[in-house]
Write a protein that binds this ligand. Sequence first.
Ligand code: AMP
Length: 562
Amino acid sequence: MIVGIDLGTTHSLIGVHGPDGPRLFPNAHGELLTPSVVSLDGDAVLVGAPARERLVSRPGQSVAHFKRWMGSDRETRLGDRVFRAEELSALVLRSLLADAEAALGQKVEEAVISVPAYFSDAQRKATRAAGELAGIRVERLINEPTAAALAYGLQQRDEEGRVLVLDLGGGTFDVSLLELFEGVVEVHASAGDNFLGGEDFLQVLEQAFLAEHGLRADRISPAERAQLLRRLERLKRELSQQGQCSLDITLAGQSRAWQLDEARYAQLCEPLLQRMRTPIERALRDARLQPDALDDIVLVGGAVRMPMISRLVTRMFGRLPLRHINPDQAVALGAAVAAGLKARDQSLQETVLTDVCPYTLGTQVSRRGADGGERTGYFHPIIQRNSVVPVSREDNFFPMHDHQTLLIIDIYQGESPTVDRNIKLGELRIPLPGKGPASEKGVTTRFTYDVNGLLQVEVTEHASGTRHELILEQNPGLLSPVQIQQRLAALGNLKIHPRDAQQNLAVVARLERLYAEYIDQRQTLQEWLAQFRSALDSQDLPRIARDRDELSQALDTLERSP
Ligand code: AMP
């Protein structure tokens, strides 16, 4: 069985392609969205809603937003263990797979996983490693905008078209231009802002609230601030549905009321809306397209529910965007469609998915200035950003000096003219025959970037015809196959709490979180916790279910009151 997975920064989803089209599976809490949060509980692991609750009550054991560290060596300490981003992602994947397997009644062996179009080689490999660590084969990685287009069925159109996909998630804004023709989808340009997302729109609300009440964020306790942010998040979502909303909250022992309407909120967010224009304009410029050359604009990511986003797009393009598929689910549904295409590939060979290389790839070169002086550190692009993959390009390089015996080919990715601001991926050291003029001793360097985001660098030295190849496994930020096996064994010692325990764990985690946040209600919360623990100890399932429901309702009421 092959599934489609959206492994998101804030949420993850899993689905398959069935006879009636793509469908998503709920987790143990009945939700399609599983928060991408992991929390360690002794030798056991919590994933999703209970882990998210523990971000407040057990911050040292819980972690979120680790997708941002994929492809880096950054490690997170949870309790007395350390984890890489691939391992944390693997734990989320394991939990999603358990949900899919519970619904399907069979084992899942393969998956198509979506990744942002701008993900680098190392980030893509880390995503594949996460799949391996979760015990599945990653059949392919699909770019998120391509997945969104598949969810809308845009690849099935007869005529060719150009589609702009705008994805405003919790922390990132991704812009991709897709070309569609005869069932083929190509990502033609991608741009984005890695530091712009729904969270920034929440920040605007927080700043405005604090300013209006003469408060400072660093003067309220972390627990009160967490509570304020949760209330503002709710307000933000309500504002997407209603013109006017209000908030009543007690901070530093004083009750604070606030009212806001959507028009005023949009005004406050104007600087963020301006920032959204930059990557949109860049993607169009890279593709050499005018705004009226687009056939459709697709909005995905939870934050596009804010009406101001549709208004911005309508103002920029003079037409309404497509937004009728739930924007939280579009990428996952598309990954499920891709999984379906893969499963039936004999019959659907005409549908080819192609992507682009997200960054410019090239080498470091030296240049001679007008004064004859030699300056090193220049970036020489070989594969330009947004080239359609697979792509293979070559270029010739010559040593700077006669009798030079070594040529170093440094491989970089990035968009800066000098290498110091780009990212070094690796280097090849090519011995040269010592004798003879520099002009006769060059090398041909070939870069090949494939659909899975793998970069191969081949250097052929002219004089001897010797071939050299770059071994990308030596890159920082990646695990070797041996390390993957070791980590797999280490992760094997961690058990994920069984699905049937998840709802109870979430209630306990929520009680603990509220205890940390609500000073005045601590005694009540502690009594409720003790009662619920004794229900759990009784192992009387109907009683546990009854207590859990009653408690959840009481906690809902508590959280809604000021
Ligand atoms: P994602 O990464 O796609 O899960 O995006 C989540 C982001 O979407 C968060 O910043 C949410 O606050 C935001 N979001 C979700 N629903 C709404 C809504 N109804 N109105 C405004 N923002 C929303």
